[in-house]
Design a protein around this ligand. Sequence first.
Ligand code: C2E
Ligand code: CA
Ligand code: CA
Ligand code: CA
Length: 270
Amino acid sequence: AKKSGRARWQFFDATMHSQAMTRLTLEDEIRTSLAAGDFVVHYQPVVTLADRAVVGHEALVRWQHPQRGLVSPAEFLPVAEESGLILGIGRAVLAQVCTVLAGHPDAPGTISVNVSAVELARDDWAQLFTATVERHGVDPARLVVEVTETAVLALGTVTVANLVAVRDLGVGLHVDDFGTGFSSISLLRDLPVTGLKLDASFVADLGDPLSEDGRGAHALAAGLAGLVSHLGLAGVAEGVETEAQAEALRGQGWSHGQGYLFGRPAPWPA
Ligand code: C2E
Ligand code: CA
Ligand code: CA
Ligand code: CA
């Protein structure tokens, strides 16, 4: 038993060692790619559910990896956040978005950028954001910042000050993945929010209104639509893939939608 116990530990050791190696390699590669400009932005349209007019786009980062091709954020954001490299990625994304906005004065509506908790915890984040927007001569009202409920859960003073500062500048503020966190309602009270994005998981459950999940999702999505309109906020339903979902959401009072049904993320012009 002792022998096999030791063998097992050796096995775990080797695994942990290789995980640490992978992490460090990934970190190094992210650093190299940042310097090389290999983080690119794709844009996904946000439309009105009534007439499918494009009212803006969401900026979604992709890693143009020299060997592996286009890598999705799920594969590098955790390491980028732990290592702090997300700060560089966030700056690269904002600079590209501002370049697009400055170069296309007639682009429809706003462009939304995702901002992580690690960025918002930096006391110079809003200052750097503002400097970038001003350097490009971009009207701040053409930008929206998306924050997840979990990212602002703690509502630390630095995080709140950063978000208030960009709102004061005229940037919109949307709560992302709404309904999946624990502080949804208090967020609306404590932050100068301008819009909500209904999490895609609610939209997915709308598929089958007769199932238990479907009934719950319908009731919640409808209730949240009422909340959004009472508060005078913009409401965007995410992950809309079918006409049935789009119709159900429109009927519930959701004004805007985003999802593969309307357009996939793509390089600009989106
Ligand atoms: P998110 O902000 O919730 O973005 C929506 C995600 O849903 C995107 O995944 C998008 O490609 C995907 N999506 C859009 N329509 C549909 C649909 O109809 N069906 C399905 N199944 N998926 C759809 P993506 O691009 O892989 O991004 C994943 C997450 O990574 C984002 O979730 C966001 O939290 C984060 N992220 C993306 N770009 C950035 C960035 O520049 N900075 C930071 N901090 N986070 C980012
Ligand atoms: Ca988002
Ligand atoms: Ca989302
Ligand atoms: Ca998400």
